[in-house]
Design a protein around this ligand. Structure first.
Ligand code: UD1
Length: 362
């Protein structure tokens, strides 16, 4: 069986890594990795392949940045050629980025089976580009691997046939479980005892200059109580430059370049509180038991707030301040770990696809 994995953006890499490893235990499976090139900076892409011990991609479509239509169209045009040339039996797509929906559409039109890893998540907010990517991908995929019960329920509600839906758990947590001991060894001895870790990159937060400034103001305030570390996503950096918001005006916040996987994981595991709008970070903090304040009105990962440590603070700097205060005064929300977030989701995916568990180890 030939399986083609399509990855393109930073959050895809840690999801695909454990699935690639799981299939290596089946000698009948041949694997091809296609990188669309949606993310192309060294510290948004290559460093993840290195740290996650993934071989360089077999094919790089090198689409780069562009409008949503341009990026999606370019991936489709170039990926179609790859599928026709490589003739996979199954294509696996990951998450909710433009590369995910673009590759899934190509396969459906060519009659090639598609599996969606991390299916069924819904924010019910169609202004988010990722929600459109999720909805469309799930409608056309042949196999849907969900990370949690709510994902399976959403799919059933949308009319997806039950035999296509497989609740397998969270592949991103597979990677976290494997890499956490390595990450902890990388912790810098100079880290402050307490600190807040921040990531913000969603268009809804960073494309609105007034709101971005307001948030930076709050982060600067927080930094007078506890150090604030902020690895800045390229989109956010670009917006700061465009809007002429100088990071120097918020100099008490420690801005830095995007971090590699292990360094960021190490910081998350040690953080006093994480402030974010990322999807994956909500999940990782839930697993780690670290308080997470999500600067969004909704989440497609509700288990992180019903079971985990996540709190949605929405678009309210007041709520953000209050919740940070609670954490710093020792009253953080305590959470648990959702079912099947156990480090073996990828094994379940591979066993489902091949039709039997692996017997040999790599
Ligand atoms: C994408 C995903 C988002 C995911 C995020 C993780 C979509 C619709 N969005 O958002 O779900 O959470 O990745 O990072 O697919 N850029 C660089 N270098 C890079 C990549 C991007 O400088 O390696 C800059 C470019 O100026 C680009 C901008 O960042 O225009 C945005 O990149 P893009 O891939 O379009 O979306 P993200 O905001 O990264």
């Amino acid at each position: 069986m030939k399986i083609c994995h399509v990855v393109g953006a930073r959050p895809n890499f840690m999801k695909a890594a454990p699935v690639l490893r799981a299939f290596r235990r089946y000698h009948t499976v041949e694997q091809v990795v296609v990188h669309t090139g949606q993310h192309y900076d060294f510290n948004m892409s290559d460093v993840f392949f290195q740290q996650l011990e993934m071989a360089p991609p077999d094919v790089n479509l090198q689409v780069g940045s562009g409008s949503h239509a341009q990026q999606t169209a370019q991936i489709m045009a170039r990926f179609e050629f790859t599928v026709l040339e490589r003739r996979p039996d199954l294509v696996l797509v990951y998450g909710d980025v433009n590369s995910t929906v673009a590759a899934a559409l190509v396969c459906t039109k060519l009659g090639v089976a598609v599996g969606h890893v991390e299916a069924g998540l819904r924010s019910f907010d169609r202004t988010m580009p990722e929600e459109i990517n999720r909805l469309l991908t799930d409608q056309i995929a042949d196999l849907l691997f969900t990370p949690s019960e709510d994902g399976s329920a959403n799919l059933a509600h949308e009319g997806v046939r039950p035999e296509k839906i497989h609740l397998v758990g969270n592949v991103m947590i597979d990677t976290l479980v494997r890499m956490l001991p390595v990450a902890r060894r990388r912790l810098s001895a100079e880290l402050p005892r307490r600190f807040a870790l921040v990531t913000l990159h969603r268009p809804s937060n960073v494309d609105d200059p007034a709101w971005l400034c307001e948030m930076l103001g709050v982060l600067a305030d927080i930094s007078h109580e506890t150090p604030v570390l902020f690895p800045v996503h390229p989109r956010t950096r670009q917006r700061l430059l465009e809007t002429r918001v100088s990071p120097a005006s918020f100099s008490s916040v420690q801005f830095m370049d995007p971090l590699p996987y292990l360094e960021f994981l190490a910081l998350q595991a040690r953080a006093t509180v994480v402030i974010t709008d990322s999807g994956g970070v909500q999940e990782e903090t839930t697993f780690l038991g670290v308080p997470c304040l999500t600067v969004r009105e909704n989440t497609e990962r509700p288990v992180t707030s019903t079971t985990g440590t996540n709190i949605l603070v929405g678009r309210s700097t007041q709520k953000l301040r209050i919740e940070v205060e609670k954490v710093l005064s020792g009253h953080a929300k305590i959470g648990g770990v959702p079912a099947l977030w156990d480090g073996h989701a990828a094994d379940r995916i591979a066993a489902t696809i091949v039709g039997r568990p692996a017997v040999s180890s790599v």
